[in-house]
Design a protein around this ligand. Structure first.
Ligand code: SAM
Length: 322
């Protein structure tokens, strides 16, 4: 139960039109202050003031990342229940709300296009670029080990790029499917798989947040160096989780938190690494638990630490989560 003054604080924080607009946007996923200023067309100090009030009341949580700060709806207890009630009753066709949501969707579209343009230019050199920052062989050995002992019926590699994971696990699956939204990356993947005679793998053009065709089909789902291209990594995780069979497993590989801000401007990154706490939260929101998390220090001074997470359904019959 909450004290009367806490309830008043919550209601005051939510009871203002700009803040309601911010909450309606956050109901779509995590957003940065920069996103809010672009969508609402208001100054950064003004937006930050509103966000601070929401955070002080416990309606949103803040996560600082390099020069940016990301916000998400706090879905816990009273605050979560209030946000859920507001979103249930708020008319999303009200002009200012509709305009904000439309702007969010164009902003996301523009961000995706920037990422796609980046991948189109680096497709040929991606395999070299990927190994620049990380100790690749130790990581790949661990991926093979985490993929388990038995033969995998269906392996789904989301954001397959040049198909390295399909190649690495080629003798472990009956059928491998790699999905990617970049034609250029896929053409490198196709050429590579053909050259190596890997006939059990296929790559397809597709968006990894539109996966209805793959629901409950996969024994192993991989998200290898993909999540940091999303403002809200919980969205692809939820979609990836929907593809898992009940006893399936998901492997996620991504950078640990870092402060290489230039990766945003030069290599289309959106998030500067992912923390263990964030991954536990996102996994839980998708009905999964983190079974293992291993970190791999960089192989050179200017490199980055990489994490390998294994996730399973919360009610899986396999090893219980930690
Ligand atoms: C950094 S590459 C990683 C490729 C591969 N997993 C690897 O580690 O070598 C990220 C890949 O995610 C793909 N990608 C990003 N957003 C996507 C989306 N919404 N749907 C499908 N693929 C996406 C990009 O096209 C790119 O090929």
């Amino acid at each position: 139960m909450r004290q009367p003054q806490d309830i008043v604080l919550l209601l005051k924080a939510a009871g203002e039109v700009t803040r309601l607009r911010l909450l309606a946007l956050l109901a779509q996923g995590e957003l940065s202050v920069k996103d809010f200023t672009e969508i609402l067309g208001q100054s950064q100090p003004r937006i930050s003031r509103h966000l601070k009030l929401l955070a002080d009341a416990g309606l949103v949580t803040r996560h600082a990342e390099g020069a940016w700060a990301y916000y998400r709806l706090n879905r816990d207890q009273t605050s979560g229940a209030l946000s859920a009630w507001l979103m249930e009753h708020l008319d999303t066709d009200a002009p200012e709300i509709r305009r904000d949501l439309d702007k969010l969707s164009s902003l996301r579209g523009a961000q995706q296009e920037r990422a796609a343009a980046f991948f189109a230019t680096i497709a040929q050199s991606w395999d070299k670029l990927r190994s620049l920052h990380i100790a690749e062989s130790a990581l790949e050995d661990a991926i093979v080990a985490e993929a388990g002992q038995g033969l995998i019926d269906i392996f789904l590699d989301l954001g397959t790029g040049t198909g390295r994971m399909l190649e690495l696990l080629a003798d472990r699956y009956v059928q491998g499917i790699g999905l990617d939204s970049s034609r250029e990356m896929l053409s490198v993947a196709r050429a590579k798989l053909d050259a190596e005679g890997i006939e059990t793998a296929q790559v397809r053009l597709g968006n990894i947040i539109e996966l209805d065709d793959y629901r409950d089909t996969a024994d192993l789902v991989m998200l290898h160096q993909v999540l940091h291209y999303f403002d809200d990594p919980s969205i692809p995780i939820v979609h990836a989780a929907s593809c898992l069979k009940p006893d399936g497993r998901m492997l996620v590989v991504d950078f640990a938190p870092h402060d290489l801000e230039f990766l945003r401007s030069e290599q289309a990154h959106r998030r500067l690494g992912l923390s263990e706490e964030q991954m536990a939260l996102w996994a839980n929101a998708a009905g999964l638990s983190v079974v293992t998390c291993r970190t791999f220090p960089p192989s050179r001074a200017d490199g980055l630490t990489v994490c390998l997470w294994a996730l399973e359904n919360l009610n899986s019959n396999n090893t219980k989560g930690v």
